[in-house]
Design a protein around this ligand. Sequence first.
Ligand SMILES: [Zn+2]
Length: 347
Amino acid sequence: MISSDTHFERYSRQTRFAPIGATGQQRLSESAVLVLGCGALGSAIANALVRSGVGTVRIVDRDFVEESNLQRQLLFDEADAAAGAPKAIAAAEKLRAINSQVRIESHVADVTRHNLPQLAAGVQLIIDGTDNFETRLLLNDYSVREGVPWIYGGVVGAEGQVLVVLPGESACFACLLPEPPAPGETQTCDTTGVLGPAVSVIAALQCIEALKILTHSMDVVTRELIVVDLWPIRFRILTLSPNTGAEGCRVCQQHQFDWLSGQRGGEPVVLCGRNAVQISPSTPQHVDLPRIAAQLASVGAVTQNAHLVRLSLGQQQLTLFADGRVIVSGVDEVAAARKLVAQYMGM
Ligand SMILES: [Zn+2]
């Protein structure tokens, strides 16, 4: 049990809230949560979980910090952007300074069907801080197959949505969205922008649901779809039942996990709001970064740290991570990105 006075005082405003109490706080301290993506939503979510005393917070992010992130991504600062630090690493440093009692685990990686089971090992809950529907459908497959709850959050402009997925109990994400929208079919941060306070509202709703689940207050967990518009302000709670018709939900009714089995997904992705494309190796790799940095030194300006090698070529930048992924900045077409990667990285 939690016994130290320091510990008690630290969380006193939370334990005085009767539905949590000392028992709930103890449950939080024994919990492990995976936060997928550490951009705007993920930063706010990880911040709240760490401050609330969740025992283990595992964060995963594939990207690095840029100046245009600072308007809404609360764990990063100008030094992180200047260094092009991986978000998972920069976030972990801030989070450890916020609460040294929490075990913070960080992974610089793209979430794939290969690494998701390992990333999610031992967690009681997964929270969505990603920016794309393919990863959410993959996560939904995993959640339903393994019976691990997850909390979807999405925000664009000043609007957002939250859905808690309780496998076997509530509608799953594929009941809401069976297929990822076609490119150009939905608004993105690229086309519509996104407001920092809107992100904070959606992240806060995800975190309040997380606190309910982690403290076993299941009777108050929201099973409906929460739709928020903040400009002007309008909150809606929409009933969403599992899709049980003749053509019922592929995932939670028919148990077809196409994203997890690899029948779907794995394509290059255009990163939301970034003028950048990510190219991934078909199988996981471990790249010898110093060797590649030496090879590229004659081609252009090369910078390097423990997690990545970056080649600058005028308008374009190629950033190679240790897991073999390359993020090509300064292009917005997959074909152009592929060409550069083939040219300079031989992938
Ligand atoms: Zn479903």
